[in-house]
Ligand binder design. Sequence first.
Ligand code: ADP
Length: 274
Amino acid sequence: MNPFEERKKRDEVIRKAMSTIKHIVAVGSGKGGVGKSTVAANLAISLANKGLKVGLADADVYGPSIPTLFNIPKAEIYATKEDDKEWMLPMEKYGIKLMSIGFMVDEKSPLIWRGPMASNALTQLLSETYWGELDYLILDMPPGTGDIQLTLVQTFNPTAALFVCTPQQVAVADVRRAIKMFDNDDIKVPILGLVENMAYFTPAELPNNKYYIFGKDGGVRLAEELNIDFLGQIPISCSVSESNDNGVPVSVNKGTIEANAFEQLANKVIEKIN
Ligand code: ADP
């Protein structure tokens, strides 16, 4: 098979795999450590809390977070057969379907894949997963802008993308580059906007007080500068990091300040996509 035929065949497989998914929402960031995976996971759970069918795909090949966030360190992946093709069955937890490269590799053995190898592995992993009918597939992108990110955008052509930043993120350039990747001449993925994570601190005993320990409205200004919508603020909180570490993201327990912040984000995402 020549490379063109090969590409055509691969595209067909991907189209078929994705045909049961209504919306793919990519969650990206200019740099790592801003809480992109935390936002992706809690957004997915908040959407599922509304009775929607949701999947979460961990495309952060060098630092997969889903195994930790959902406490599924290593999983037995089962297969199913349809149309003479083998599909991987995603894991399921808190009402959402999950797939991560981290389910298949030992946490202790670091991934040393080079760009094209990582892109191919990710494309295969995500497009050979038996997602079934989904309202939303949340795609936790690798941070930054490289070949892997570009391949993911081109291959999966998300319905929309949103970005996560922190208040201290003074450098606009890296977020701008990330946005450009979704909004270029070949692919025009609509940008939903910017989420400011770790925006303020609220003590549990003073729920109406907000302390902007890293400065106020850094995200609002960044969104203005980038000319994109501002989607809201997520507080910095011990319960977010503790529940991440325990494998029960905050949004699993509804009604807390943190879960409400993610729920508002989910409402915005639904409203804007509709
Ligand atoms: P990224 O995907 O951008 O690399 P993560 O979601 O893995 O970032 O988060 C990085 C670290 O920050 C994790 O230890 C996570 O638990 C913590 N974290 C993320 N968001 C918050 C928050 N709102 N409050 C407290 N800790 C947070």
